[in-house]
Design a protein around this ligand. Sequence first.
Ligand code: SF4
Ligand code: SF4
Length: 228
Amino acid sequence: MTLNALAAVRRELDKCVKCAACQAGCPTYETTRRETLSARGKLQLAQALLDGRLTFSSRVENDFAQCLSCMSCAEVCPSDVDTLKIFTAARAGGFIARGGAVKRFIFRHVLPYPARLGALAKVVGLAAVLYQKAPAWLTRFLPFVSRGARRLTPDLLSGNLRKMAGEVNDPLRPRANGAVRTVAYFSGCMTDLACEKLSQRSARARAGEKGGGCPAVVRGACPGENPA
Ligand code: SF4
Ligand code: SF4
C-alpha cells in the first residue's frame, strides 16, 4: 500500500545508469557530501525500498525531505530520469508509512482538494488567533510556548491568493487592454492560503522585471493533488 506510489515510477528508476553526473550541481550533495542526498543515492534508496531491502525510517524519510526539488539533477541526467517524480513518490510513501491516522486522513482526503484545504486553513487560522491572544497564565498549558514566548503563526484567515489576484487560473485569457502576460506565478497550497500578500508582491515584482505588467497567477499542483 505504502509503496504503490513508488511502484508506479519503477520504470523511471530503471532508467538510472548510476553515472553520478547528477552529483555536480546538487546543492544538498555539494554541501554535505552524503551520497544519499544526491539524486543517485536517493534513487538507490527508492530501489531498496521497493525491493524490500529497506523500510521507511526517519533517516530515509529525512534524506528525501532534504531535497530542494531544484531539478539540477534532472537537467544533467543523460538518461532523462524524472527524478522529481521519483522523489515525490518516495515522500508520499514515507508520509503514508510513518504518518499517524490524522496525517494520513489529511493527506488523502483534504490536501488533494483545494476547497477542503481552504476550509481547514480557516479553522486552523482561527485556532492560531486564539493561541496568540490567550492570556499569559494559560500559556504554560499550551504547546509551542517556551518561557512565555509563543511561536509566530501564519495568517490563514485573511484571504486566498487565487481569489485576490483576480487573474487566476486562466493565464491564456488576454487582459482587458489587450496586453499579453509574459509571467506566470505558480502558487502552492501554502502560498495560496498563508502568504497571499507576499506572493502577490513577489509575482508583480517579477512581472515588472520582465515588463509583463500583471502576471497570471496559476495554481501549482502538489503531489497527488486533484486540481479540479
Ligand atoms: S545522472 Fe541520471 S543516470 Fe546518472 S546517476 Fe544521476 S539519475 Fe542516474
Ligand atoms: S532536486 Fe534534489 S537531488 Fe536533485 S539536484 Fe536538487 S537537491 Fe539535489
